[in-house]
Design a protein around this ligand. Structure first.
Ligand code: S3P
Length: 747
């Protein structure tokens, strides 16, 4: 087309329809010098006069045909009900050199109008829709920056001239808008939900209340809620009339959906059904709180991890006082899972409000479970029973959490519906074949990617049978996955583990009244039983405590008490190893809380010695090695770790990433296939890449207590997955830690 010469600025741009949208487009063009002349067309002489007076347009032209003849670009911004008539009037003046775009809120009818006039949507017509506006209308309301930081959706089709598309795209971008492309039906369906239905409801609510004379008073007293909800009922009725009619099919669809939801709400109120009411509202609140995630149709998103949080840890800090670290991650996950499947209401205290356990919580909401909270660690789960989960609306997004994905794979394999489990970049690389294999032996239909990585696709409706599984690796997640599937399997399911791993699943199942037999390294249960709601007090996480155990152990003068720490014998490797290195740790006030042993732990500084770490301690300290490697770097002599190849498939390859970080600080650290050899010695300073692994980030923050200079640690946002208040507690005990957000995303 001859418009190939259309560089910016353009010559004449004609705006047909001079209201808020057209007027703001005109102002945006002029302010950004995107054209030499703006011509305005309107049926109303007063509007044209106002447009000239306000400097929105350079020239007024009441005749549409005359106004568009010879223009480089035409923006159709009149009410969408007039589109066909306007295109018909413009047609004789459009010779293919003029590009036409529009700003209509519905695209199906615009395409239909173009077809009616031209036989098909012409290549020079680029339909568009700026998602910006306000309840105010008219050229007086036009704003030069209306489109800045707003989205504009363009709906080209295969016939659209790419140059014309590019030009329209560039104009919007030059005004600061973000341009998205969609097809017409998708646009109309999405907009019916996100914009048209809310407007319809606002009009309807105000009309319903206003009809009743007595209700006039209500307006006088109506405060925030009414005002917020009904602001858009002041929008232009003509414009919205056209939109509702133009988008008829999608509107009917969403009105029906909404009416069904309202009926459900009505029933819940009528029957005073608290569980149903709370179910609707807690799901809605969670969805609203995670608005963008909900729009993306996924349970949970990576808002935090998208930020590149940088820690700068300074030397010279101290480690003193008494703190309680947040709740145990493993127990928090399991409390939601078993509480959801139980009969009755389970109350949890001390729940970890970290992103990993919140991913599990959100997943069960997506599976139809009503969950109140968390609120200061308190969660109330309205169990739905073993067979009460409902199919989710989309994929279940589990963020960074391997535990969620592996345990849920077992549980969801036994449900009547299909599910797809996805995760973030790190989780998407982690091995899931280890759970898919035994689940398939039980009769589950589970697919992963070729390398055994997520997404995990589970086909529901399978009848599972109990198996005996001899685990090839010591993994509590694999064990728990098989046991959770076993709850639904026919007959007996048993697992033997090559070395003891954390037994929270077994303990908690018993707490929910489900019999579990443990004989040596073999754990057995029968399928077909039921869980009964209970109370769960989650102890402080020994894995989070480990950073402070190491911090106090390496800092001269340190004296710290960690309160209410879970000291389950399958988790206390870190205490055993630090003691073997000469660490001074006292376990005080041992007690049992809800089936889990708990104690306060006092740690004082003591010079550490390098050791050969006994291999039987590896599964008992599996998450604590990054912190223990810092202790090894501060110890005298050599520390050798073997039999820990599992560390290579955690949130990062923790052997390699720790070795790289230690080397950056000048410590001799030699990785081996299944461990590492660390030579204690002075630590310098430097910048560490955590690879988005929470435990790597926290370990190097602790290292600064003994480094000679600052340690900068990149990509620390994932600390929020397991220890959201790590920085606050570190500062509380006297560590010197700064946090900043870098301007880039982590890769
Ligand atoms: C966990 C088990 C461990 C551990 C993870 C939590 C659990 O993983 O590393 O942080 O809650 O069951 P593996 O079972 O893969 O060793």
């Amino acid at each position: 087309m001859t418009t190939s010469s259309l560089g910016l600025p353009l010559g004449t741009v004609t705006i047909v329809g001079l209201g808020l949208i057209g007027g703001s487009f005109a102002l945006g063009l002029k302010a950004n010098r995107l054209c030499r002349e703006v011509v305005g067309v309107s049926r109303s002489e007063a509007t044209l006069a106002k447009g000239l007076e306000l400097g929105v347009i350079d020239r007024a032209e009441p005749d549409v045909e005359k106004a568009v003849r010879g223009a480089d670009l035409v923006m159709l911004a009149a009410p969408i009900g007039t589109t066909e008539a306007l295109l018909r009037k413009m047609a004789p003046a459009l010779d293919g050199t003029t590009i036409v775009t529009d700003a209509g809120s519905v695209k199906g009818n615009v395409a239909a109008a173009a077809k009616a006039v031209f036989g098909s949507v012409p290549p020079w017509f680029v339909p568009g829709h700026p998602i910006a506006g306000s309840e105010r209308s008219g050229v007086e309301a036009a704003k030069v920056d209306l489109y800045r930081n707003h989205k504009v959706i363009l709906t080209p089709d295969n016939a659209t001239d790419p140059q014309a598309l590019r030009l329209v795209q560039r104009l919007w971008q030059a005004m600061g808008a973000e341009v998205l492309l969609m097809d017409v039906p998708q646009h109309d369906a999405v907009l019916a939900r996100t914009s048209h239905l809310p407007h319809l409801l606002a009009f309807s609510l105000v009309d319903t209340l206003a009809k009743d004379n007595e209700n006039q008073d209500i307006f006088r007293y109506a405060a925030g809620g009414f005002r917020d909800f009904t602001r858009i009922a002041s929008s232009d009725p003509t414009m919205w009339h056209d939109i509702f009619i133009a988008n008829r099919d999608s509107m009917l669809d969403v009105i029906d959906q909404f009416s069904a939801g309202l009926d459900q709400f009505r029933r819940a109120v009528e029957q005073q059904d608290s569980q149903a009411l709370l179910g609707i509202m807690t799901r809605a609140k969670a969805a609203r709180d995670h608005f963008t995630k909900m729009l993306a149709k996924r349970a949970y998103t990576k808002t935090m991890t998208e930020k590149n949080i940088v820690f700068t840890a300074h030397p010279g800090g101290e480690v003193k006082g008494s703190i309680r670290v947040p709740g145990d991650k493993s127990i928090s996950h399991r409390s939601i899972m078993l509480g959801s499947l139980a009969e009755g209401v389970t109350e949890v205290t001390g729940f970890l409000e970290g992103e990993d356990s919140l991913a599990t919580l959100q997943t069960f909401r997506d599976l139809g479970v009503t969950i109140e909270g968390p609120n200061h660690g308190q969660v109330k789960i309205f169990g739905v029973g073993m067979h009460g989960l409902l199919p989710p609306h989309g994929n279940l997004y589990l963020g960074n959490s391997g535990t969620s994905m592996r345990l849920l794979s077992g549980l969801l394999s036994a449900q009547a519906f299909d599910t797809v489990l996805t995760g973030d970049e790190s989780l998407s690389k982690r091995p899931m074949g280890r759970v898919a294999k035994p689940l398939r032996e039980m009769g589950a239909v589970v697919e992963t990617e070729d390398k055994g990585t997520p997404p995990v696709r589970i086909k529901g409706g399978q009848l599972l049978k109990g198996i005996h599984y001899d685990m090839p690796m010591a993994s509590a997640q694999v064990k728990s996955c098989v046991l959770l599937a076993g709850l639904y399997a026919q007959g007996e399911t048993s697992v033997t583990e090559p070395a003891p791993t954390r037994d929270h699943t077994e303990r908690m199942l018993r707490g929910f009244g489900y019999p579990v037999k443990v004989e040596g390294n073999k754990i057995t249960l029968q399928g077909g039983g039921k869980l009964t709601a209970t109370k769960i007090d989650v102890p402080a996480d020994i894995s989070s405590s480990a950073f402070f155990m190491v911090a106090a152990s390496i800092t001269p003068g340190a004296d710290l008490i960690l309160e209410h720490v879970g000291i389950n014998p399958t988790r206390i490797g870190v205490i055993n190893i630090l003691r073997a290195m000469g660490g001074r740790l006292d376990v005080l006030n041992e007690r049992e809380v809800g089936g889990e042993p708990v104690a306060d732990i006092r740690i004082r500084y003591a010079p550490l010695q390098g050791i050969e770490i006994p291999e039987d301690q590896v599964p008992l300290a599996i998450d604590e090695f990054p912190a223990l490697f810092i202790a090894a770097a501060c110890a005298q002599g050599t520390t050798i770790l073997r039999g820990a190849e599992e560390l290579r498939v955690k949130e990062s390859d923790r052997i390699q990433v720790m070795a790289d970080g230690l080397k950056t600080l000048g410590v001799k650290a030699d990785p081996t296939p299944d461990g590492i050899i660390i030579e204690g010695g002075p630590m310098g300073s430097g910048t560490i890449e955590s690879h988005g692994d929470h435990r790597i980030a926290m370990s190097f923050a602790v290292a600064a207590l003994r480094s000679q200079g600052d340690i900068q640690i990149r990509n620390c946002a994932n600390v929020a997955t397991s220890f959201p208040n790590f920085v606050e507690l570190s500062r509380k005990v006297g560590m010197k830690l700064d946090v900043a957000e870098a301007g880039e995303q982590h890769g």
